[in-house]
Design a protein around this ligand. Sequence first.
Ligand code: DGL
Length: 260
Amino acid sequence: MIGVFDSGIGGLTVVRALRKKLPKARILYVGDVARMPYGNKSAATVVEYSREITRYLVRRGCKLIVIACNTASALAADALREEFSVPILDVITPAVREARRAAKKGTIAVLATRGTVGSGAYQKDLPPGSTALACPLFVPLVEEGYVGTKEGRAIVKRTLRPLANKKISTVILGCTHYPLLRREISAMFPSAKLVDSFAVAEDAAALVKLDPGLGNGGKPGLEVVVTDRTEHFERLASKIIGSKVKLKVIDLESLSGIRH
Ligand code: DGL
């Protein structure tokens, strides 16, 4: 079984990519809706939350973990790899790989949360001269339904203004929600290539090919567990996956193993 987690529902975009590559796998997804956003929290807090979720996924029998959250990938991947023996994939490594491949000349720009930008996790593996910009309004913009609206476009334009005079050739969408703003972001960089994190699905598929046991465990399919459930999130989850998704709630004590 493959365990996937994110601070919320946005990581289901990664699940969608995984299911295309691995239709026979069983996937257990945890969305930490009760404690999101992670993007504005300290590194220590994001590491602690990510540890709790990974312990839960491993307790439930997951043999491969995909961190489908850029902020948790940036701040917690190293700590998780130290603590757990199962393979742990993050979404930053494949996005950097894709961007380096795409960017022959011109500047690479990373758009991400404050936490991800502040960690330097992207910048350390990108060519010198690359730039990173925190876009803290993009997540609420997506979650509150401003995609495709005049106001949404105005916020994207205003946020990206610091990059206006740089010769950007490649833009990394370094946050789960930003692929949903692809059209608005692309309008600001008409000749740039936009890179997302979905190549992590190829990495997961390559590991499962080497060791098919990683994807097994019960019936093929998707189980979505959240730390808080609202109808709004259930609708958003179904929209991302493209079919009805039922969210199961787990309280934080059960998640962290305090209560069994
Ligand atoms: N999932 C987060 C990320 O990809 C965005 C939402 C949040 O800040 O929690 O960085």
